[in-house]
Design a protein around this ligand. Structure first.
Ligand code: ADP
Ligand code: GN1
Ligand code: MG
Length: 382
């Protein structure tokens, strides 16, 4: 089966029939494989986002799709009049599932067991394609992109504040448990499964030197100082779809990692990804951009301020640095394991990503007081 036939077969399982007029792979995102598909049923054109879920990363994709169903239903019920373009609607099969599993290209029944680590199984889902939208791989130096992203993720936090986090499974156990992440990293360094540790000695040293700081938020959680909320956990600007003309944030996508977590990681991850001076895999010229950071904080606090506790507001700047260090360790660990987790476009991309994150982390540490002052000033004005 070629890709077009596979996509048509998948769509058919979701009761969508017709001729595929256009399809294209969407290269953004490091984990899943997404396609834009336009289909003509003899009367009308329909557009869909068809996605194969990476089951090496998401080992319980059925539980994850249940999380997504609960979250999208919660938002839909809270704002029933919301226009279609502002929400995600996952298609269902005849037997009401929002996913299908193929085995050797053939659809499986609902109760048949499947092995997420076996490549002959494929996990697919289909949802509405949001038209006239765009997302940002970098903020391109534009503070409006950051301000709007801040608003979007601040609003997201607010929308889910009354959602009972206990209903959700951890779609990736220990996802932002930085202490656990760092321990797995050091275990991998010790094992050095592919003989790559020697060439990363400097990066490993830097992570070791900062590991204690990396556990700051874990200690605060243990002391009960920070509330656990429903958070997104992957707040890059390419996980928001904006209106192409107005930059109005339409919808937050990539709900795969929505689970109990800390607000400051969500705040910090956008800073890491977009309030900086180079791409995620570019160590050269990488640093924090305080003007962009300020714009994000203004947008975020304009929505989230009323929800956050004083401790949480205090934790925001630390969240940015900790998430950046955590991700440096995750990229480097994947490099040490010969790139099993993150999709790469060239051989040492995960090493470059780790180097860039470490540079950004160091710059954030240098500017920690500046970040704190900006946050305090904006929070104080409200
Ligand atoms: P990944 O987990 O691999 O990051 P995403 O769910 O974020 O996958 O999707 C990858 C990209 O596809 C997004 O960055 C966005 O550009 C595009 N995309 C995803 N969902 C939609 C949608 N419903 N409508 C339009 N574009 C989308
Ligand atoms: C991955 O899937 P994507 O590209 O939105 C990763 C995040 C990282 C991010 C770094 C499930 O996000 O945790 O922060 O790459 N997602 C998962 O760009 O691991
Ligand atoms: Mg994504």
């Amino acid at each position: 089966m070629d890709t077009k036939e596979k996509l048509a077969y998948v769509l058919k399982q979701f009761r969508i029939e017709g001729e595929i007029v256009v399809y294209r792979w969407i290269p953004s995102g490091h984990i899943n494989t997404a396609y834009y598909v336009a289909i003509y049923n003899g009367k009308e054109m329909y557009q869909f986002l068809v996605q194969r879920v990476n089951t090496y990363v998401f080992r319980d994709p059925v539980g994850m799709m249940r999380n997504i169903e609960l979250l999208t239903e919660h938002v839909r019920k809270a704002e029933p009049k919301m226009e279609k373009r502002r929400r995600l609607h996952f298609r269902h099969t005849q037997d009401r599932r929002n996913y299908i599993v193929l085995h050797n290209g053939v659809v499986m029944g609902p109760d048949e067991p499947f092995d997420p680590l076996d490549e002959s199984f494929e996990f697919w889902r289909v949802y509405n394609f949001i038209e006239y939208s765009t997302s940002f791989e970098t903020a391109e130096g534009n503070p409006e992109v950051l301000r709007m992203s801040g608003k979007a993720f601040g609003r997201f936090l607010k929308q889910l504040q009354d959602f009972d986090a206990a209903q959700l499974i951890e779609s990736i156990p220990h996802f932002h448990d930085t202490a656990y992440r760092l321990k797995s990293f050091f275990d991998t360094v010790a094992e050095d499964p592919c003989g790559r540790a020697a060439e990363c000695a400097e990066e490993i040293r830097l992570i070791r030197e900062n590991a204690d700081f990396g556990c700051t938020l874990c200690r605060q959680i243990a002391r009960g100082e920070l509330p656990i909320r429903v958070t997104h956990n992957d707040t890059k600007t390419n996980n928001i779809l904006f209106d192409m003309d107005t930059l109005d944030p339409l919808v937050i996508i990539d709900l795969d990692t929505c689970m109990p977590g800390l607000a400051c990681y969500d705040f910090g991850d956008t800073i890491r990804f977009a309030a900086c001076t180079a791409q995620e895999d570019q160590p050269e010229g990488m640093g924090l951009d305080l003007a962009l950071m300020k714009a994000y904080t203004e947008g975020y606090l304009s929505e989230a301020d009323s929800v956050l506790t004083a401790n949480e507001i205090d934790s925001l700047a630390i969240g940015a640095a900790v998430i950046t260090l955590e991700l440096a360790s995750r990229f480097l660990m994947d490099y040490l394991m010969r790139d099993k987790y993150f999709r790469i476009d060239y051989p040492d991309q995960n090493l470059k990503r780790a180097q860039a994150q470490l540079k950004l982390f160091q710059d954030m540490m240098l500017h920690m007081d500046d970040m704190r002052a900006i946050i305090r000033e904006i929070a104080g004005q409200r």
